[in-house]
Ligand binder design. Structure first.
Ligand SMILES: *Cc1c(COP(=O)(O)O)cnc(C)c1O
Length: 409
């Protein structure tokens, strides 16, 4: 990884039909096409609308707690060695504990501008559901959240939080009773209620314009980080790293740096190991397919049946990935590697012990592989890691994994 790679050309935006090269697009029932057209046009206008952008910036700062700090993790850097300097973009300090609020505030405000009184969302672990229900309160919108009954059992605290926030949690009994089935139900609801309802998607996935729009809302992460590394540290940056589930925190960090001479590395969940079949590494192991209204890389069998993804972190447990990541991989602009459940547990303990910061298990994947990876960076490399969320939600899992003898240091 020491040599500067040849960098092929790539586009900064999808084409008019929402294609990032061969990926993206819209694969939805006919009835949704006009709704997606309407959303695309409204979004394009609001992107240039000063009062919308000012209002958004104000909510992000006064309500969500932005800008989040860029923190130089000296203890972690010393441990990693090679004189690297590691900077953490502290999305864990956002209201509700992760980057997801950047997107839900953006889309809920957009729903308000569109005159839609109701939002619907899908959720797996419940983190997006909670962030959506929170934004719904802020803008006084009705909120229904689809959630597989399996996930509801596993994440009862988040179900309770959503209910406290006045959202209705609608149980999904079909299929594997998890996130992908909840997403199907949300799309079905939207088809029926598109006049009154905005579908608030939680990551850079789904039909155009969602991957582009959610990316733009999350790009506040990278815009801030780019300014902070220059102004606060008077430094350049060599490497950006982030975990990739659907891919929204990663693209949010990467996007404002796409034209800079910076190496971009996304980290997928390798679960129990890439060779076990029990992972969520759709960029490494997926093939081209259609899921949830987009063409992307998908974990599927030879018949095109979607495989169950596995990761210790619910946020990375998705059998596909945003089309822009598939595109950045294809063009060579970004690289994608993977980290196992054990790496994530190790990363959790490492950051907790060295810095007093308990990371969510999703970004703990990145932390866990940094020591091994740093050998491959040039000496003194400057690395920004997106710390996408805090670890409180994962403490039960950490406790169980640690007691059952999985790696602690
Ligand atoms: C949901 C979540 C993720 C994964 O989602 P992306 O769209 O890939 O960012 C990562 N980290 C945390 C803390 C999450 O809650």
């Amino acid at each position: 990884m020491k040599r500067r790679q040849h960098r092929p050309s790539f586009a900064l935006n999808p084409n008019r039909l929402g294609h990032f090269g061969p990926y993206g697009g819209r694969f939805v029932p006919e009835t949704l096409i006009s709704a997606l057209d309407e959303l695309t046009q409204a979004y394009r206008k609001l992107k240039r609308n000063r009062s919308f952008q000012l209002e958004l910036a104000e909510y992000l700062s006064a309500y969500a707690g932005r800008p989040t700090p860029l923190y130089e993790a000296r203890n972690l850097s010393a441990r990693v060695g090679q004189e690297v300097r590691i900077f953490l973009k502290r999305e864990d300090l956002c209201h509700t504990g992760a980057h997801k609020i950047n997107n839900t505030i953006g889309q809920a405000l957009l729903a308000q501008y569109l005159g839609k009184k109701r939002i619907i969302a899908e959720t797996g672990a419940g983190q997006h559901g909670v962030a959506a229900a929170t934004a719904a309160r802020l803008f006084n919108l009705t909120c229904d959240v689809y959630m597989g009954v399996e996930d509801m059992k596993r994440q009862s605290l988040n179900v309770y939080k959503m209910e406290l926030l006045g959202a209705r949690v609608l149980p999904v009994h079909s299929g594997s009773k998890t996130l992908k089935d909840a997403t199907n139900e949300a799309i079905r609801d939207w088809v029926t209620n598109v006049e009154t309802t905005h579908y608030l998607l939680g990551s850079v996935v789904g039909p155009h314009p969602y991957p582009m729009m959610v990316r733009d809302f999350q790009s506040v992460i990278g815009r801030e980080a780019r300014k902070q590394i220059r102004e606060q540290f008077r430094s350049s940056v060599d490497v950006l790293m982030a975990c990739v589930g659907g891919g929204s925190n990663a693209i949010g960090l990467f996007y404002p740096f796409l034209r800079d001479p910076v190496r971009l590395i996304g980290v997928e969940a390798a679960g129990l190991g890439l060779s076990t079949g029990r992972h969520a590494a759709s960029l490494a192991k997926g093939s081209v397919g259609v899921l949830h209204g987009m063409r992307s890389l998908v974990l599927q069998d030879e018949d095109g049946q979607i495989r169950l993804a596995h990761s210790i972190s619910a946020g990375l447990d998705y059998p596909s990935v945003g089309p822009e990541h598939a595109y950045l991989k294809k063009t060579g602009r970004a690289q994608y590697i993977s980290a196992t459940d054990r790496d994530a547990i190790r990363g959790f303990h490492l950051l907790t012990k060295l810095e007093g910061i308990m990371p969510a298990l999703e970004p703990a994947h990145v932390i866990g592989i940094l020591p091994a990876l740093a050998q491959r960076f040039r000496r003194g490399a400057k690395i920004i890691v997106c710390l996408s969320g805090r670890g409180d939600k994962d403490l039960d899992i950490v406790r169980r994994a640690t007691h059952s003898g999985d790696a602690t240091t």
